[in-house]
Design a binder for this molecule. Structure first.
Ligand code: HMG
Ligand code: MG
Length: 299
């Protein structure tokens, strides 16, 4: 497996969207600057969603404008045409639409059925294509739903196919509540890779049950080479009860480097970014690697 892996750092969006302590726009910008400085060139920085739905993402336009001078690719979430317009006014070049493989979560998260969400994305994708904007497609609840329970792989395959056919350049498969286990993750990647080229798949695993690294490893065995992760293991979805953070970027980098896969990430600088945002949030990082390295420093 000694080839390259692309890491999408989602801490400033997925990481901060579920935090009770509000982080100011300047602090969000400084966090992103540190992540870029640590060697993470692709960062999801915000979301153009309803401020009532996710108040933590208010100010995403200012955040995006505030990082536009930095070298990097910045992603933002867009749920509908209103969000698309706001993203374009702020200069977004890459956006992400987000669907669900389960009806229960779709309703809770974006207030519509799965089929309605795909319809809602059609004009967004059409406008993005005309404007030369790249669109990533997320699918939530690919290994289980907090409302509907088990999710059939075929349901994931169908949504992946629909997003791919609409023109998404990459499909990110979200284990939103971190319930998956490695063989299920492997089988899912295999099933989706039958419809969407494996090089266009990403793994977005939350670590609620401590399975994320094992699941990533299983997915890598199927050839998936794009990983979403959050510095310090921040994250969670306000509309997925019980969901905790994304797999920690530190943990992913440590695993990949240990496998001989160069990530280009400077662990010391990443740790500094994590420690600073943890200080603002008032609690230590949940990343095992960050905790181990912090403990080592104290010795
Ligand atoms: P709705 O209530 O059905 O929307 O919400 P609506 O069109 O009826 O509009 C209601 C109000 O929202 C109106 O304002 C609109 O203007 C406003 P009002 O008249 O009441 O003052 N509105 C907006 N405002 C700002 N930006 C917009 C926007 N659209 C409407 N884009 C909607 C539907 C999708 C908007 C709402 O449910 C929403 O914003 N949901 C987002 C939820 C969210 O952000 N969840 C977290 C991200 S997804 C995630 O974390 C999973 C992921 O990480 C992968 C994984 O882990 O699985 C990606
Ligand atoms: Mg997520």
């Amino acid at each position: 497996m000694s080839d390259s892996v692309r890491i999408i750092e989602v801490g400033p969006r997925d990481g901060l969207q579920n935090e009770k302590t509000p982080i100011s726009v300047p602090d969000r910008i400084a966090f992103i600057e540190r992540l870029i400085g640590a060697g993470l060139p692709i960062v999801e920085v915000g979301a153009f969603v309803s401020p009532k739905a996710v108040p933590q993402m208010v100010g995403s336009a200012e955040v995006l404008r505030g990082v536009s001078h930095l070298p990097g690719e910045f992603h933002v979430l867009v749920p509908n045409e209103k969000g698309y317009e706001a993203s374009q006014a702020a200069g977004a070049r890459v956006i992400a639409v987000f669907a669900s493989a389960s009806e229960g979560f779709s309703r809770a998260n974006i207030n519509c059925s799965v089929a309605e969400s795909i319809e809602r994305f059609k004009p967004v994708l059409a406008r993005a294509k005309a404007d030369g904007i790249k669109v990533r497609g997320y699918i939530s609840c690919v290994l289980g739903c907090p409302f509907d329970g088990e999710v059939r792989p075929q349901a994931v395959v169908d949504v992946a196919r629909a997003l791919w056919d609409l023109g998404c350049y990459e499909i990110s498969l979200g284990d939103t509540i971190g319930v998956g286990t490695p063989l299920k993750a492997r089988d899912l990647m295999r099933a989706v890779a039958g419809e969407v080229p494996v090089q266009n798949l990403a793994m977005h695993f939350h670590d609620t049950y401590g399975q994320a690294l094992a699941n990533l490893y299983a997915g890598m065995g199927e050839g998936v080479r794009v990983i979403d992760s959050a510095a310090g293991g921040l994250g969670g979805c306000p509309y997925a009860p019980g969901a905790t953070g994304n797999v920690a970027t530190e943990d992913v980098v440590y695993m990949l480097e240990g496998m001989g896969i160069a990530t280009g990430v400077d662990m010391e600088k990443l740790l500094a970014a994590t420690n600073e945002v943890s200080r603002l949030l008032g609690r230590p990082p949940v990343s095992r690697v960050a905790s181990a390295l912090n403990a080592k420093k104290k010795r």
